[in-house]
Write a protein that binds this ligand. Structure first.
Ligand SMILES: *Cc1c(COP(=O)(O)O)cnc(C)c1O
Length: 393
């Protein structure tokens, strides 16, 4: 029986990575040696001490049952003390911390907890696609805030029309930013908190890359702004920080009303995080600081490899201060998709076309630094070899 997709699925933005995905599969099927700089997923393994905690905890029948959906109190306390240690912020672990099955899950459910049909989410563009799709699933409308290089990829909040603000309920932010790798100064968060207060918005700040800063840069938390808890929730994740993307453990921190509502949605959707994973996540948060520093060094080195190679080619882009992404302008004469197709066809390199993250990503592509150094060097070699006809199109 053919099933007619419901309107909410038909309303999803077009999946613009499809062309590149298909071509990548074709090249691999042909036996080509494809270097995948597309996915933002750490190649380094989860640190051993975290795996050991999981392995031990998995043997204990007490961990085999349904978890408490709001998370083990011990895990919430570790999340709270991690935030305190890192940012010097006091939170109530019972009400201002909510464990999540990955931050994607929390971000994905948030609009169901906050929006009425017809309400507006203010969404940066380009962005992580979940903000838009989850807003649409909740019957909300997405109002795009362009992120422009000329404004350091910060949204221009003051330019939002009053009629839009009247219906707006959520303002999404994501710093350090995927895909642009931009960072936000604390002053921008101060401005955003004041703006949210004035217009009755909830800020959802996605801090998935909070720990990935280079050359000594450490990203601020929006919760460091005075009174931020009144209007903001920040989403933290162990995924990128501790090389734990597959484990599904993260948390939201901040406004207690919002977390209560989100918890209510979740109680009807999931049954919590496997307790052995909760205990492993707790160990990561309690004892993983050294691992973070080690990861940063690895990505810093890879970033320098890419930045210096592109500089040698006269292909300038802003070296990322944070995240494991390079956001690079496409040469004149190409669209983002054409550039990505050309990289695949000529060099067997997968890059992500910027327009897949929203219309304002057109004119850029994203390289992810999550492949071993040797593969990155191989990719650079191929780019250097193809570079001449690349710019002569
Ligand atoms: C990877 C990523 C996430 C999702 O992380 P999980 O905690 O693994 O769900 C969220 N936001 C951004 C911007 C990301 O890049």
């Amino acid at each position: 029986m053919p099933i007619e997709p419901p309107d909410r699925l038909k309303k999803l933005p077009p999946y613009l990575f499809a062309v590149v995905d298909r071509m990548k599969r074709e090249q691999i099927a042909k036996g080509k040696d494809v270097v995948d700089l597309g996915v933002g997923d750490p190649d380094l393994p989860t640190p051993k001490f975290i795996i050991d905690v999981l392995a031990e905890a998995a043997k204990d029948p007490a961990n085999h049952r349904y978890a408490l959906d709001a998370g083990m109190p011990a895990l919430r306390r570790s999340m709270q003390s991690w935030i305190q240690r890192r940012y010097d912020i006091e939170l109530d672990p019972d009400a201002e911390i909510l464990p999540l099955l990955g931050s994607k899950e929390g971000l994905g459910h948030l609009p169901l907890a906050i929006l009425n049909p017809g309400d507006i989410s203010l969404i940066p563009d380009p962005c992580y696609p979940v903000y838009k799709s989850s807003t649409l699933f909740a019957g909300g409308e997405a109002h795009i805030l362009p992120l422009m290089e000329s404004n350091d990829y910060l949204p221009d909040l003051e330019s939002i029309e009053p009629q839009v603000l009247d219906k707006a309920k959520i303002l999404y932010l994501n710093y350090p930013n995927n895909p642009t790798s931009a960072v936000a100064p604390l002053e921008f968060f101060e401005e955003a908190v004041a703006f949210a207060r004035k217009h009755g918005l909830l800020i959802a700040q996605d801090a998935a890359y909070s720990e990935m800063g280079f050359d000594g840069y450490r990203a601020p938390s929006i919760l460091q702004v005075d009174g931020a808890k009144d209007v903001a929730v920040e989403f933290h994740s162990l995924s990128k920080t501790y090389n734990m993307t597959g484990w599904r453990v993260a948390f939201a921190a901040g406004n207690r009303e919002a977390l209560k509502l989100l918890g209510k949605v979740k109680a009807n959707m999931d049954s919590g995080i496997f307790q052995a994973v909760q205990l492993a996540g707790k160990a990561a948060l309690d004892e993983g600081d050294v691992e973070i520093e080690r990861n940063i060094k690895v990505y810093e080195k890879r970033r320098d490899l890419v930045v210096s190679a592109f500089e040698r080619l006269g292909w300038h882009f802003n070296a990322p201060k944070a995240t494991f992404y390079c956001w690079i302008p496409v040469p004149p004469g190409y669209t983002s998709t054409e550039l990505a197709v050309m990289f695949l066809e000529q060099m067997n390199i997968v890059v992500t076309p910027g327009n897949g993250f929203g219309a304002n990503g057109e004119g850029y592509f994203r390289i992810s630094l999550t492949v071993p150094d040797a593969r990155l060097k191989e990719a650079i070699k191929r780019i250097e070899q193809s570079h001449k006809h690349l710019h002569s199109k």
